[in-house]
Design a protein around this ligand. Structure first.
Ligand SMILES: [Zn+2]
Ligand SMILES: [Zn+2]
Length: 262
């Protein structure tokens, strides 16, 4: 399996990061895409990707940090993004749910990073909360130039199709199994499996049975289980299909198992 979205740079993992990665590999997670949220965390994910073969890096500035960034940060991201262990620009996007930064500032930062992705021919990992119409508006201007994945998708199914039409995939996490995700769970079966990726978003959004605890990539098997039940197909099939989709989105080659430090 491929965990298409995790934040293993965070201090929650400082005490046992190598063990977390080993547990993920033992649980069948072949790759973990670790996403930065600003210049310094992007640097950290690049370093992690250089230390663990299982980890690959996505570099970018999250919309919640839009107020703290300047030209310098974007230049740092651009420099990191050419690294051989960097497979995407992200997480980037729009978040109007919490009042971190004015929408216009977020949109400008987002577009600057879409431009970078286009220049470097890298996919993007998009975060979107309560900003779907603006997001679709912007992405439609970049149709055919930039694609990637909408991470942590939890909106209605019609919206998923609008993302698919623009060439994007969506990624699902353990929240699909939460009691509050009833309608999402019922409707997932209507989505084409070749557009679905799996993620943990570790340390956030743990599976229902681990609520209140730290999430980690080894629990991706729980996500696969929940999604497999939605489609009523074997978990192996979900693992296989979603891994292939992630490999296609991020341009990954398959590798043998093992979290050897390189
Ligand atoms: Zn996010
Ligand atoms: Zn995230």
């Amino acid at each position: 399996m491929i965990d298409s979205h995790a934040h293993l740079f965070m201090s929650e993992f400082d005490a046992d990061r190598p063990e977390v990665i080993s547990r993920a590999v033992e649980a069948g997670v072949e790759r973990i895409i670790c996403a930065g949220v600003d210049a310094s965390s992007s640097q950290e994910v690049v370093l992690l990707a250089g230390s663990y073969e299982t980890i690959l890096a996505s570099v970018g500035i999250h919309p919640e940090n839009a107020c703290q960034v300047g030209e310098k940060d974007l230049k740092l991201i651009a420099r990191m993004a050419i690294g051989s262990r960097v497979v995407a620009i992200g997480e980037i996007g729009l978040d109007y749910y919490r009042d971190f930064a004015p929408p216009e500032l977020q949109r400008n930062l987002f577009e600057a990073q879409l431009e970078l992705a286009q220049q470097l021919k890298l996919p993007v990992v998009i975060h979107c909360r309560r900003a779907e119409e603006d997001l679709l508006d912007i992405l439609s201007n970049w149709q055919g130039k930039v694609s990637g994945v909408i991470h942590c998708f939890s909106s209605d199914i019609e919206l998923a199709w609008r993302y698919f039409d623009l060439g994007f995939c969506i990624s699902l996490g353990a929240y699909v199994g939460y009691p509050s995700s009833n309608s999402l769970r019922e409707n997932i079966v209507k989505l084409p499996l070749d557009r679905i990726l799996l993620e943990t978003d570790s340390p956030y959004l743990p599976p229902q049975s681990y609520r209140g605890q730290r999430n980690e990539p080894a629990y991706l098997i729980e996500v696969a289980g929940v999604v497999a039940r939605c489609y009523n197909i074997p978990i192996e099939k979900i693992a296989e299909e979603t891994s292939r989709n992630a490999a296609l989105v991020f341009g990954l080659k398959s590798k043998g198992r093992g979290a050897q430090v390189i």
